[in-house]
Design a protein around this ligand. Structure first.
Ligand code: GLN
Length: 500
């Protein structure tokens, strides 16, 4: 482990925070082209071990960086101008293939950019590549990618988490200053936690999902991975806001998130829920680090308040009814006619069956079967409708808690990053990795994962859940803790990683 600030050496461009890079770019002490080249060199150096990228975009990155330098020279820089950014390969991009890490999208190229991609492109961010994920974002480790498993930069024998594992690993390994992922049940927060970086799932509706390949439409939300909370605030400001092309995106103004980071939680009321501790399989090192973090908030002048979220224990089972049901409907479009893979057959029906049989991996097939079952007539009321009712109860628990507190603290995941292969034979064990993240998805609430220490040399992560559309308070609390604790300044040892 290395510690930024532990030495007086000049920080290399791949270790910069977004905020620091912005200052250097604006002062012209660093060019966007230099910054892009430094990241390309780092990607080439660590990629044989980390394997975060499905499609590197070096050529595009160089062109975009040159254009960014012109924008900066013209005095028109925006927060993301010239910043190397990686995209989970589930966002549609016109200038690179979009695979969702699935064979069924082989050769697919989107005719349009997703809204977040379009916004970053307009701001002259620099895209370094498309990042690995579990197939269609279904998983918690990237082991369900049809292509390869990404490795955790802290320990390459371990998973980076998932599904946005490539996005988390790339930020941890210095391959991009920031990345975007998607979070349906924890796929931003859990991998951010496993890789020791910051990951935010905004409120459902805060960021447009247009051009995000759909998994479970009532849950999917896009958000950033960064090395600091300030960076997270900066990129959120660039991607958030209403979009007429996504009817679920909220027509609400976007606050200046970075300006709201006061560094203080004095007087803030912070909820601690029994339901978020001592679950089966919780590692003592994780529990201890999170409890120490709660104490830090108290020392910083916040008031810790016990809250109750009794229906949260049903979040995981209701998620595994809801998400597969929506997935089975969303994935019906991959039929061998409209997109990507098409397996030759005599009849149209055989084309459908063959394409789907050959194109989808085992976890995706499991979800489609689960979802089709729970939507079938005769089972619909017992499963899908019931799950929606429980979802309302989960949400009401949070509504009640937020009458008393401003944010709620929880561990991000009950364990640190687990070894590659440890859970692949046991889907239930894999699903349990998201036990603490899924409640916020079911309730549509924003949640951030931030580093809060180490257990056995691996990062532990604290989750901060907030009221709907109150990312500002979540970010403020996260920033105050981060500045007081300094856990975000630790990085994996890259020299050791590549020497293995
Ligand atoms: N791990 C969860 C699942 O497999 C969540 C995935 C996600 O948030 N995209 O469904």
């Amino acid at each position: 482990m290395t510690h930024i600030g532990a030495t007086t050496e000049m920080v290399v461009p791949v270790d910069l925070s977004l905020a620091e890079a912005r200052r250097l770019l604006d002062k012209r002490e660093l060019s966007a082209v230099e910054l892009a080249e430094a990241h390309i060199a780092r990607i080439e150096q660590v990629e044989p071990v980390v394997q975060a990228f499905i499609t590197p975009m070096f050529e595009q990155a160089r062109e975009m960086a040159a254009a960014a330098d012109e924008t900066i020279a013209a005095g028109e820089a925006r927060p993301m101008t010239g910043i190397p950014v990686g995209l989970k390969d589930i966002f549609c991009t016109v200038d690179a293939p979009t695979t969702a890490a699935s064979k069924i999208l082989a050769g697919y190229r989107s005719p349009y950019d997703g809204t977040v991609v379009e916004r970053l492109r307009a701001d002259k961010a620099v895209f370094v590549g498309k990042l690995n994920t579990d197939e269609f974002a279904m998983g918690s480790s990237t082991e369900n990618s049809a292509f390869f498993t990404t490795r955790n930069p802290w320990d390459p024998t371990r998973v980076p988490g998932g599904s946005s594992g490539g996005s988390a690993a790339a930020v941890a390994a210095g391959q991009a200053i920031a990345t975007l992922g998607s979070d349906t049940g924890g796929s931003i927060r859990q991998p951010a936690g496993f890789c020791g970086v910051v990951g935010l799932k905004p409120t459902y509706g805060r960021v447009s999902r247009f051009g995000l390949i759909a998994f479970a439409s009532s849950l999917d939300q896009i958000g950033p991975f960064t090395r600091s909370v300030e960076d997270c605030a900066m990129i959120l400001g660039a991607i958030a806001g209403h979009d007429p092309r996504d009817s679920t995106s909220a027509p609400l103004p976007v606050p200046d998130y970075a300006a709201g980071l006061t560094g203080s939680v004095r007087g803030m009321r912070i909820g601690i829920a029994r339901e978020f501790s001592a679950v089966e399989g919780m590692e003592p090192g994780v529990q201890a680090a999170c409890e120490a973090a709660y104490e830090t908030f108290a020392k910083l002048g916040a008031t810790l308040v016990p809250v109750e979220l009794p229906y949260s224990k049903y979040a995981l089972p209701t998620y595994y009814i809801t998400a597969p049901a929506e997935a089975s409907a969303n994935l019906a479009r991959y039929d061998g006619v409209k997109y990507g893979l098409s397996s030759e057959a005599e009849t149209l029906l055989e084309t459908y069956l063959r394409t789907r049989g050959e194109g989808f991996g085992p976890e995706v097939k499991r979800r489609i079967m689960l979802g089709t079952y729970s939507l079938a007539s005769g089972y619909y009321d017992a499963y899908y409708v019931k799950a929606q009712k429980v979802r309302t109860l989960i949400k009401r628990d949070f509504d009640r808690a937020f009458e008393q507190v401003d944010v709620i603290l929880a561990p991000t995941s009950p364990t640190v990053a687990f070894p590659i292969g440890a859970r692949t034979d046991d889907p239930l064990q894999m699903y349990l990795a998201d036990i603490f993240t899924i409640p916020a998805n079911m309730a549509g609430l924003p949640g951030i994962a931030i580093p809060c220490g180490f257990s056995d040399g691996l990062p532990v992560s604290l989750q901060i859940i907030g009221r709907a559309f109150d990312e500002a308070t979540v970010l403020r609390a996260a920033h105050a803790y981060e500045q007081a604790s300094g856990w975000h300044t630790y990085r994996p040892d890259i020299a050791r990683l590549v020497a293995r």
